[in-house]
Design a binder for this molecule. Structure first.
Ligand code: NAD
Length: 277
């Protein structure tokens, strides 16, 4: 496919655009992931809590695509944080995926009330050293969580996957990531399809380029250097969302989109999200 890769801080290459499967039921995940792989996606973003690692793994196995051409990410759920429980949860994820390694393993949330992400990450470092993950990282970590983690462990996270879209541009986090060589991966890159895609400025830029609002938003992420993982179960949208490499936003477009930042989250604030603590 024509999706460019970015080089993570440990030299591993990660496709800049992948397929997210949050809220896809396990029984539908294989079909959705198969459609995505046929459309050219080579990176899949799942998580233990999505309960669709099995369906995702089935599609990967059935695709016949060589393992080294695929990039599979999964995440450790909050309730499993802690050194030993992480190692057990990782085994369970690999088993469901039907894989002997993942490309990227992420701590799903910091869960400040549990205060276990440092121990959890030490287990991640063991998983990395054992070659069972090609890269390790975090998700939903605020700059203060990153600072502590980096201060108390040896491997700088390769990725921080955070909520990021034009209405929540996350300048502060992006700056913290750049300082440490951490790749910024955007979750809900399309703002969950709620409202953002109807914003007049986005629609107008789409008309100007003969592109859809979703394609405009994905292009904005790519030009900023973000990794994106849009989700859809609709085959035409799955294809539309990867067809974003034949046009470019200009400085005026980028400025108009930058003006949409409201700093408003769709999801929880990581400082207060302690589900599973
Ligand atoms: P998204 O921003 O990718 O939006 C998906 C929704 O937008 C779809 O359900 C659909 O309603 C709509 N949509 C998709 N393509 C469209 C198109 N071309 N035209 C019009 N509408 C379209 O939202 P998301 O699923 O929340 O995020 C993407 C992925 O990010 C998830 O699947 C998951 O893998 C990951 N994620 C991670 C976390 C985390 O805590 N780490 C949290 C949420 C999501």
């Amino acid at each position: 496919s024509n999706v460019p890769s970015i080089t993570l801080n440990n030299g591993v290459e990660m496709p800049q655009l992948g397929f997210g499967v949050w809220q896809v039921p396990d029984a539908e995940a294989a079909a959705a992931v198969t459609t995505a792989l046929e459309a050219g996606y080579r990176s899949i973003d799942t998580a233990a809590i999505y309960e669709n690692e099995r369906g995702t793994g089935e599609a990967v196995a059935a695709s016949g695509i060589p393992r080294e051409e695929l990039f599979v990410t999964t995440k450790l759920w909050n309730s499993e944080q802690g050194y030993d429980s992480t190692l057990r949860a990782f085994d369970a994820s690999l088993d469901k995926l039907g894989l002997d390694h993942v490309d990227l393993y992420l701590i799903h949330w910091p869960v400040p009330a549990k205060d276990a992400y440092v121990d959890t990450y030490r287990a991640f470092e063991k998983i990395l050293a054992d070659g069972r993950a090609r890269a390790i990282g975090v998700s939903n970590f605020l700059p203060e969580h990153l600072e502590r983690l980096i201060g108390e462990t040896s491997v700088v996270p390769a990725v921080n996957q955070i909520e990021l879209h034009p209405q929540l541009a996350q300048a502060e986090s992006r700056e913290a990531h750049a300082k440490h060589g951490i790749a910024t991966e955007a979750w809900s890159p399309l703002g969950q399809g709620r409202g953002l895609l109807d914003v007049p400025a986005i629609v107008a830029i789409g008309r100007k380029h003969g592109r859809t609002p979703a394609q405009v938003v994905l292009r904005w992420h790519l030009q900023l250097g973000n990794v994106v993982i849009p989700k859809s179960v609709t085959p035409s949208r799955i294809r539309e969302n990867i067809d974003v490499f034949g046009f470019e936003l200009d400085a005026e477009d980028l400025a108009a989109i930058a003006a949409l930042d409201e700093g408003r989250r769709l999801g929880p604030n990581p400082a207060e999200f302690n589900v599973g603590a």
